[in-house]
Design a protein around this ligand. Structure first.
Ligand code: HGY
Ligand code: MN
Ligand code: MN
Length: 404
């Protein structure tokens, strides 16, 4: 099955007819269908297919027990109304790159693994990279069991409902010990390559970033009869905090977004009792990130006091700065630079499973040009010839790492 055919087969899974965006949330029906697609692709190629204790899917060409495997892949889940490329491009390209290497009759000296890491976006349970964090021992079983979605369903309940036994979730050091290198191909989530005119780039680093939940608790009351002076309206504190986040991010050269909100009771004619807002904050270095988050929390406290609101802030997800390993990054640059001009090396503010794994195994990332830079949106796009250039680049890199 060609890249184009795989892409066409995966495309309709979990896509909303209203928005055109994807709703492939962890352990839902759409996720199950994506997993079935992955398994079919693995088995159609005669690869050894397995699901690990944390629900990540693996397809092996060669026996992983030999160790020092080269692994590539990404994720198939999405953010709410996400795009088609964020995650799937890395998985489809992995299968296509293996096909290309087999067509080249490359002689493998190391096992090659293709992986779909579960729940990278954290859209349903709020924590990013659950599958890779569990495997890398960066998420304890206890904390994983405590994760709940908006309907109060826990992660293990969702896993079980989707047919995966959650009993054994947790670190998988034996699996990681068999991996000598992990290379993730991903659509660029910015316009750097479009601006330089390059199809492919190499990652240098991932900004530190995290997610904080702000709970503003006020007093429910009638929207029509309650005097303004008598209100304890949490929406006011929330609104002022959103504006403060933007100001503080601008001052620190960082980014901050309140993209998700939950209001109780969420009635048009009722002053809310509770407003929950989630802050996503990222910066090029930890000090700048700390400055932004501290300032936003301080502002939120001041606005809560002003309107008689109780404030609680909880950090729900955090990823420290990732500097990808120089030797592997330079090896990718050497291999890809053979074709002519040097390949750009760029940092990113987007988190990835590669960032999580980089604490356990040598890890690198390839980016494929995104002409608009738009991501986490139905409008996310990459031209097919750029995607095919990504497949060839990934095949070249994998051949350099895993073949004679
Ligand atoms: O949020 C991120 O950066 C990634 O898409 N999970
Ligand atoms: Mn994403
Ligand atoms: Mn992604």
């Amino acid at each position: 099955m060609t890249f184009h055919e795989m892409w066409a087969e995966l495309l309709p899974i979990g896509r909303s007819p209203e928005s055109g965006g994807y709703r492939r949330y962890a352990w839902t029906g759409a996720d199950t269908d994506c997993r079935a697609w992955f398994r079919a692709q693995a088995e159609a190629r005669g690869l050894a297919y397995e699901v690990d204790r944390n629900g990540n899917q693996w397809a092996w060409y060669g026996d992983p027990a030999r160790g020092d495997a080269v692994v590539t892949g990404s994720h198939l889940d999405s953010v709410p109304d996400g795009g088609a490329y964020d995650g799937p491009l890395g998985v489809v390209s992995a299968f296509a790159a293996l096909d290309e290497l087999r067509a080249r009759q490359a002689e493998f000296t190391r096992p090659l693994g293709i992986v779909n890491f579960g729940d990278e976006e954290g859209a349903r349970f709020g924590l990013a990279c659950v599958g890779s964090r569990l495997t890398a021992g960066q998420l304890t079983r206890e904390k994983a069991y405590a994760l709940r979605d908006a309907d109060g369903i826990t992660l293990p309940q969702a896993m079980e409902a989707a047919g995966h036994d959650p009993e054994a979730i947790g670190p998988d050091p034996e699996r990681l010990a068999r991996i000598g290198a992990f290379v993730e191909l991903h659509v660029e989530q910015g316009r750097a390559l479009d601006l330089t005119g390059d199809r492919i780039g190499i990652a240098s680093a991932i900004w530190p970033h995290g997610r904080w939940r702000f709970d503003f608790r006020g007093e429910a009351n009638h929207a029509g009869t309650t005097r303004l002076a008598d209100r304890r309206d949490p929406m006011l504190s929330y609104a002022e905090t959103v504006l403060a986040a933007r100001r503080e991010a601008e001052l620190a050269g960082a980014v901050a977004t309140f993209g998700k909100i939950a209001v109780e009771p969420n009635g048009v004619n009722a002053i809310p009792s509770l407003v929950r807002g989630w802050l996503d904050a990222r910066a090029a270095d930890q000090a700048a990130l700390d400055t932004v988050v501290t300032a936003v929390e301080k502002a939120a406290g001041a606005y809560a006091d002003r309107y008689g609101i109780e404030l609680a802030v909880a950090r729900e997800s955090f990823t420290p700065v990732v500097d990808f390993e120089d030797a592997l990054r330079d090896e990718l640059a050497r291999v890809l630079g053979r074709a002519g001009s040097p390949v750009p090396v760029l940092g990113t503010g987007a988190g990835h499973d590669a960032g999580i794994l980089s604490g356990s195994v040598p890890t690198a990332m390839l980016f494929v040009r995104n002409p608009t830079g738009v991501s986490h949106s139905p409008a996310e796009f990459a031209a097919e010839d750029d995607c095919l250039a990504g497949v060839t680049a990934l095949a070249d890199v994998l051949e350099g790492l895993a073949c004679r």
